[in-house]
Write a protein of this length. Structure first.
Ligand SMILES: Cc1cc2nc3c(=O)[nH]c(=O)nc-3n(C[C@H](O)[C@H](O)[C@H](O)COP(=O)(O)O)c2cc1C
Length: 176
């Protein structure tokens, strides 16, 4: 099913209290990524932990984005995105792309060193791994979109500690 902005989203009665769900989710440790886009609709990017691989063959990944994010429309219009998995030293970049420093859209790229691979979406040179994707489809689920892409190219760092987010704060995962 493809994303139809005019279609009504399915409604679910909340089976548990939202705060309790948030509290439970805060215990889950997740890697921190910056998802970027570039193209005719302009630059965009956000910090995201709701990222997952889907299939190896073909290589496909997904991330979840709130529909109100200024980057959501740009990603779909540009038809490309890159998932950049952050090292611990890039915590400040995670804050910038989470919108916590007042920087918007293209302004966020003033920090960090950015290049590109195949699709033209910005690739963070210090990333642990970068997954350069062509956008395939979006599935609307309540307040969010599940964005699905096929991986066209990857960049892999030789080392570096991982940046995690758990218990509502950043943690470093030391890697041997
Ligand atoms: C650690 C962390 C993880 C986040 N994960 C997500 C996510 O998976 N999906 C999402 O839509 N927003 C996520 N956010 C919030 C977005 O980064 C933030 O709402 C957005 O970038 C704000 O920018 P915008 O106004 O351009 O959309 C996360 C924030 C942080 C700090």
């Amino acid at each position: 099913m493809t994303y139809d902005p005019g279609a009504e989203a399915p409604q679910f009665a909340p089976p548990i209290d939202a705060d309790r769900f948030r509290e439970a989710m805060s215990r889950v440790a997740g890697a921190v990524h910056i998802v970027t886009t570039a193209g005719p609709a302009g630059l965009g990017g956000l910090t995201a932990s709701a990222v997952a691989p889907i299939t190896i063959e073909p290589p496909m990944m997904l991330f979840c984005i709130t529909k109100t994010s200024s980057s959501a429309a740009r990603i779909m219009k540009n038809g490309v995105f890159c998932i950049n998995t952050l090292v611990a030293a890039d915590e400040s970049l995670a804050e910038i792309f989470a919108g916590r420093t007042g920087h918007h859209l293209e302004e966020r790229f003033a920090t960090g060193t950015w290049s590109k691979l195949k699709t033209g979406a910005p690739v963070l040179e210090t990333a642990l791994a970068a997954f350069d994707c062509c956008f395939v489809e979006a599935k609307e689920v309540s307040t969010h979109l599940i964005m699905i892409g096929v991986v066209e190219a990857v960049e892999i760092a030789s080392g570096g500690d991982a940046l995690l987010y758990t218990h509502r704060k950043y943690q470093n995962l030391l890697v041997d």
